[in-house]
Design a protein around this ligand. Structure first.
Ligand SMILES: CC[C@@H](CC(=O)C(=O)O)C(=O)O
Ligand SMILES: [Zn+2]
Length: 324
């Protein structure tokens, strides 16, 4: 992967032993960018100026201007921040990180504390509690351009702008989301690795009823190939995002993020949109349609059986010796 001149070096990246091909990179005026978005394929877009007013959002600026609202901050004993849905409860599940609520100055102090043993990741939807200067910066995002993308692709409404403030080395393990996303890097450097929905069978997401729904069960650092043998077939598409870069991250594409080692703080903002309504069904079904169908089937079985422990029994009864 080619480092932009002087920005970062390969030794700041974690190493994985699956192939990683480069993601397409286009200028905002390149028609190929629009084509890839229309085909729901990922592309890194340069020069959109989407969040240029947020490129000055460093910790000091935010401490001064972001206001005294509370923020969700994940606290982890390791570099890994594997998302979990605290509304999904199953026996014996221990959350891999702590979800805390802090005002920004508490987050700032936690990050600056040289004696700390924990790692932190602020992940908070931007809301109306932010200070007036942040509102001015937000209003001056390139809404004209992104609204054009939303319209061109018949997406639904913007659902949230998640502010992400990550420390060097933090990892968000592989997962998928069900919304379209323009992932915008304000400052710092983050590496992203994407996997198409067709690689679902290599990434073994947790069951829908599990708190880690949508997250891959495979630990990329120590993959258990006995439990997840097809993981060895996985092929990634990756790049390093720098200040001003925007990644179109299509719904249902699996993705993994890491904040480069020794690169300080990385600030990013997501633009999540409801995906376009499914058009007329053609066969064979697409990988995305199969993923949506599998999710709905799991939800229906859970709804019918009421008890998640029965889902495993039912599924094995249905499939064992008959389908697998
Ligand atoms: C939510 C955290 C993650 C981004 C992501 O998964 C997304 O925007 O969908 C990251 O940047 O570490
Ligand atoms: Zn995600």
């Amino acid at each position: 992967m080619m480092a932009e001149w002087n920005a970062w070096t390969d030794d700041q990246l974690k190493t994985y032993n699956f192939p990683i091909h480069p993601l397409p990179i286009c200028s905002v005026n390149d028609p190929q960018a629009e084509e890839l978005i229309k085909e729901q394929k990922p592309v890194v877009i340069k020069g959109s100026e989407l969040i240029s007013t947020a490129q000055k959002w460093d910790l000091e600026y935010l401490r001064e201007h972001i206001g005294d609202g509370e923020f969700t901050v994940y606290e982890s004993d390791s570099e890994s921040f594997k998302y979990y849905d605290d509304k999904k409860v199953i026996d014996g599940f221990t959350p891999p990180m702590k979800q805390r609520r802090m005002i920004f100055s508490e987050f700032y102090d936690a990050i600056k504390n040289k004696n700390r043993t924990k790692k932190y990741y602020l992940q908070q939807p931007l809301n109306d509690k932010v200070g007036p200067q942040i509102v001015v910066d937000f209003i001056n995002f390139n809404w004209k351009w992104i609204k054009q993308q939303q319209m061109n692709n018949n997406w639904g409404p913007l659902t949230s702008n998640l502010l992400l403030i990550s420390e060097e080395g933090n990892v968000t393990p592989c997962h998928y989301d069900e919304q379209e996303n323009f992932y915008s890097q304000a400052n710092g450097y983050k590496r992203v690795i994407l996997f198409p929905p067709s690689q679902y069978k290599y990434l073994y997401p947790h069951p829908v009823y599990h708190p880690h729904d949508r997250q891959s069960q495979v630990d990329f650092d120590e993959p258990n190939l006995k439990l997840f043998p097809k993981f060895k077939k996985v092929v990634g598409f990756g790049t390093v995002l720098g200040p001003g870069d925007v990644l179109y991250l299509p719904s249902y594409w699996f993705h993994y993020f890491e904040t480069l080692k020794n690169s300080g703080i990385a600030t990013a903002i997501t633009f999540w949109y409801k995906a376009a309504p499914v058009g007329n069904i053609t066969y064979p079904l697409t990988a995305v349609q199969l993923m949506a169908m599998m999710r709905n089937t799991e939800k229906m079985i859970l709804e019918a059986l009421k008890d998640y422990k029965q889902v495993d029994i039912f599924w094995n009864m249905l499939a064992a010796g008959r389908y697998c």
